[in-house]
Design a protein around this ligand. Structure first.
Ligand code: ADP
Ligand code: MG
Length: 158
């Protein structure tokens, strides 16, 4: 994460802004690894829900807090939404067969609480940090990423 070349901050005033940001991201990035970092209630799952919807998902998006992962297949594309909050030991990831998930080609991986995953989870292409305002209305977002083309794509659209 410390080697990420590009970073920028955004203020989201409401959920509509969050949805718009997710839509923009869906046009620039559809495979690889996203880390979502922030306190409980920051909006990691909400952002994921809007991103999945922007990619064409129509059903519910459950928080995978108890299952660790929730798989999606959206327009032939595999998407895995992980929430490692309840992970006690990264070894549990081996037991749940994380390697099989990570071997899926061209997939998109979202990780909430990646810090709990230890070395078993892949490095991020994008790190999204979300902070709440005092009054819990706004969200302050920091994107960090390493790919110049992705940075240009986002910058052009935001
Ligand atoms: P996390 O997954 O980070 O624990 P959730 O996404 O489950 O957080 O919860 C975020 C809560 O904050 C939701 O109830 C959501 O409706 C609310 N919220 C309010 N404003 C925003 C916003 N701008 N973006 C995302 N969520 C928001
Ligand atoms: Mg969550």
């Amino acid at each position: 994460m410390s080697t990420m070349q590009y970073s920028f901050r955004l203020t989201l005033n409401d959920e509509q802004d969050t949805q718009n940001l997710a839509k923009t991201l869906s046009k620039c990035f559809t495979e690889g690894v996203i880390y979502l970092i922030g306190d409980l209630g920051a909006g990691k799952t909400t952002f994921t829900r809007y991103l999945l919807q922007a990619l064409g998902h129509q059903g519910a998006v459950k928080s995978p807090t108890y299952t660790l992962v929730e798989p999606y297949k959206i327009k032939q594309k595999d998407i895995f939404h992980f929430d490692l909050y309840r992970l006690n030991d990264p070894y549990e990831l081996e037991l749940m067969g994380i390697r099989d998930y990570l071997d899926v080609p061209n997939a998109l991986f979202l990780f909430e609480w990646p810090s709990k995953g230890g070395d078993d989870i892949p490095d991020a292409n994008i790190v999204i940090q979300i902070e709440k305002s005092e009054d819990d209305v706004q969200r302050f977002i920091t994107f960090s990423l390493e790919n110049a083309a992705l940075y240009e794509c986002l910058k052009e659209k935001l």
